[in-house]
Ligand binder design. Structure first.
Ligand code: ZN
Length: 202
């Protein structure tokens, strides 16, 4: 997207890394050599299992402490995977930089900017006893996330009215507009991932 916009509109494009609860965490300077870490927060890279800081330069979960007196947060786990470099940046800023976001550390998946946990998928489906199995599939359509909520239904259940309610429930609980579809029984395998992320950026 960056390349497309730069070529088509002749824009200089730099990205930032921000999360609703935390605000701005990092930003690229003109060098675009990683994201400088904002200086009003404490950022740590930790082992997602132990919560302990990893060795310098190693990847791990981004954990942020905010010193905001109104909305303080201590060691907020973003679920994002990154690593920090302290190599000097040619721009002259002395802050450490995040080497981009490498992915998600666990099953929490960011869909349309919202964090979605497998438990939330079950919560949506759990509101409907007619649903026997469920799975969320995330794909990329152009540059946008596309979320499909797939369900298997008990025999004899009329799909259409239920799917409409399911769509509404998904919007309520996950804050995401999803496509909902009923699939034949047996489509969603035993032990299938609750959130199947089929997005590929490479
Ligand atoms: Zn810089």
């Amino acid at each position: 997207m960056r390349q497309m916009m730069a070529e088509r509109y002749w824009l200089l494009i730099r990205q930032t890394y921000a999360i609703g609860d935390l605000g701005l965490i990092g930003y690229e300077c003109q060098e675009a050599s990683g994201m400088h870490i904002a200086d009003d927060l404490l950022l740590q890279i930790v082992d997602p299992q132990s919560g302990l800081e990893v060795a310098a330069g190693e990847p791990g979960e981004v954990v942020v402490t905010l010193f905001d007196e109104v909305y303080p947060l201590i060691r907020f786990g973003t679920g994002d995977l990154s690593a920090v470099t302290t190599d000097p940046c040619p721009c002259g800023r002395t802050s450490a930089r995040l080497k981009g976001i490498m992915g998600r550390v666990d099953e929490v998946t960011k869909i349309k900017g919202m964090f979605v946990h497998p438990r939330q998928v079950d919560e949506v489906a759990g509101a409907f006893p007619e649903v026997t199995r469920c799975q969320v599939v995330v794909r990329l359509r152009g540059h946008d996330d596309e979320m499909t909520f797939r369900v298997e239904l008990a025999s004899g259940v009329e799909a259409e009215p239920l799917l409409a309610k399911l769509k509404e429930k998904t919007k309520d609980l996950l804050k995401i507009r999803a496509t909902v579809e009923a699939v034949p029984p047996g489509t969603i395998a035993d032990g299938a991932k609750k959130i199947l992320d089929e997005r590929r950026w490479d």
